[in-house]
Design a protein around this ligand. Structure first.
Ligand code: UN1
Length: 517
């Protein structure tokens, strides 16, 4: 264990979560089996090796799918509220393990400890939501056009749900899918990011304990680890009716096409290019808090991170100055130390993308307002710590049109009415999250109207990130169109069936057709 890991109790956290030096990363629960290559998980916090994982081989994958398919036959017959009880117990175990899991998230992924705990809280919240939902998987009833007939619709479980998740929310995004899928009667096969396999193993261990305590088949929740080739097996697999994938737009396009080729369903939560519009009627103090947290929280590695600020020219200088001053207050360093605001990027590749994006922004004519930098020295040993930067730019810059997973905030100026700002905000290929800062009712309502933001999430006087689990989460355009988490997102995890019952003694046909024999 490294000095930081020892100092911040990572070893104890790993032990509590059942993580050993070498872990079986293929799992259908308690009885793990895996025989693939070794994957090493390094912490971006200090560059230290945390643990090793034996990944899933193609043969292991077959075993997992068989276990999952068998488990579904049992699980689908358990009444939904009883499945909710399983999810309730899982939520309880998450409460008991919140500290340990939050620490592991922070250490393996690099987000601040508070955000690590926040992520586990999202898991607990979605479990609570799913428990209530387990008694509300309603369909509608309709009036039949025929006498003595009744029509209604009902929702049945789909089967095996494949979950492919990203490194930036290594536990919460899985739980949004898994908690809903489980109350819906589905079983889950999860491939976490190869950058955060230990978070996956920790969650799997917690859920597997609940299944074991309830004498349920361990195949109800399966974990597979490895690189994109595992994802390919899943997306091509006709035994998986739904693939829920979170990640880049590039990855999502491949997943969408592969799953569509076999007429499977996919739920995609891909890149964002989220903006906050700041109008002359904005509260500047609130704007600064929302924008800074949105841009530098999780080191700019949320799909909901604020990447663009669209500021009215009359208040542009004032807002820019307030932001520059706020950025001087930021403390960048070990995310386990709660005095720091910003932790490291995930790896060296991300640092390179950050550097390249800043270079390109300048090459395209951008003006640096807050310098970027890569930290070096003893406290930044992993080499992944970067300084959040602010660049004055134009929406038309190629780099501004791209999602760079790093703390780079582009300031864009607009003049005239809010319609102009909305046009800039919508003029990107992505459509996840958006916000407006204004105390002007007309501006706020216009932003939320049909002629307003084209994103899946549109907020007033809040930043772009930090959505609550109760709403449906996802976005339009190249964000992929999927909705996860709250509201009626559960419907995608079930198949809908329309039932018509004739309780009379004749057989009238619909549409008035006569067919007498
Ligand atoms: C993501 O970055 O993939 O709204 C999810 C938020 C978080 C979830 C982000 N609740 O910022």
């Amino acid at each position: 264990m490294s000095t930081i890991a020892t100092q911040f109790g990572i070893k104890e956290a790993l032990t509590q979560l059942g993580i050993q030096e070498i872990n079986e990363g293929t799992s259908t629960g308690i009885n793990n089996f895996s025989s693939g290559e070794i994957l090493e998980s390094f912490s971006p916090v200090d560059g230290a090796l945390i643990a090793k994982v034996t990944t899933t081989s193609a043969a292991d994958y077959e075993k997992v799918m068989q276990a999952a398919t068998e488990a579904f036959k049992v699980f689908r017959l358990i009444p939904a509220p009883k499945r909710g009880e399983i999810v309730r117990q899982f939520g309880e175990k998450l409460r008991q393990n919140k500290e340990a899991l939050g620490k592991l998230v922070s250490y393996e992924m690099g987000k601040s400890l508070q955000e690590g705990y926040g992520e586990v809280q999202e898991m607990i919240d979605i479990c609570d939501f799913a428990v209530g939902l387990s008694r509300q998987l309603h369909g509608l009833t309709m009036h039949s056009e025929r006498p003595n007939h009744r029509m209604y619709e009902q929702y049945h479980p789909l089967g095996v749900v494949g979950i492919i998740s990203a490194f930036n929310f290594p536990v919460a995004v899985w739980s949004w899918n898994a908690a809903l899928a489980l109350v819906c009667g589905d079983v889950c096969v999860w491939k976490p990011s190869e950058k955060t396999p230990l978070c996956g193993i920790a969650c799997q261990n917690i859920l597997a304990q609940v299944l074991q305590e309830n004498k349920l088949p361990e195949g109800i929740s399966c974990l597979i680890t490895g690189d994109y080739t595992m994802g390919e097996l899943m997306t091509n697999d006709g035994r998986i009716p739904l693939i829920s994938a979170t990640g880049s737009t590039r990855m999502g396009k491949i997943v969408a096409q592969t799953v569509a080729a076999r007429l499977g369903k996919s739920l995609l939560e891909l890149g964002g290019n989220n903006a906050i519009i700041v109008t002359p009627d904005a509260d500047i103090k609130m704007t600064v808090i929302g924008a800074v947290f949105g841009a530098v929280g999780t080191a700019g590695q949320r799909c909901t991170s604020t990447r663009r600020l669209i500021i009215h020219e009359n208040i542009y200088d004032k807002v820019a100055a307030a932001l520059v001053a706020a950025y001087q207050q930021l403390r960048i360093g070990n995310p386990l130390d709660e005095n720091n605001h910003v932790g490291p990027l995930i790896d060296a590749d991300a640092v390179e993308k950050y550097n390249k994006a800043l270079e390109r922004a300048v090459a395209e004519g951008g003006k640096i307002l807050v310098n970027g930098d890569v930290f070096s020295g003893e406290d930044y040993e992993s080499g992944c710590y970067v300084k959040p930067a602010i660049v004055e730019a134009e929406n038309s810059f190629e780099i501004v049109q791209c999602e760079t997973f790093a703390p780079i905030l582009y300031l864009l100026k607009y003049s005239g009415t809010v319609e102009n700002a909305i046009a800039i905000q919508n003029n990107v290929v992505q459509g996840l999250s958006s916000a407006i800062m204004t105390n002007n009712l007309r501006e706020a309502e216009l932003f939320l109207s049909t002629a307003g933001s084209d994103c899946g999430i549109a907020n007033v006087n809040i930043g772009t990130s930090g959505a609550e689990i109760g709403g449906a989460f996802g976005g339009e355009k190249e964000t992929g169109g999927g909705r996860e988490s709250g509201s009626d997102a559960w419907k995608v995890y079930m198949r809908r069936q329309t039932n018509t019952i004739n309780y009379g003694s004749t057989l009238p046909l619909a549409q008035g057709i006569k067919f007498d024999l």
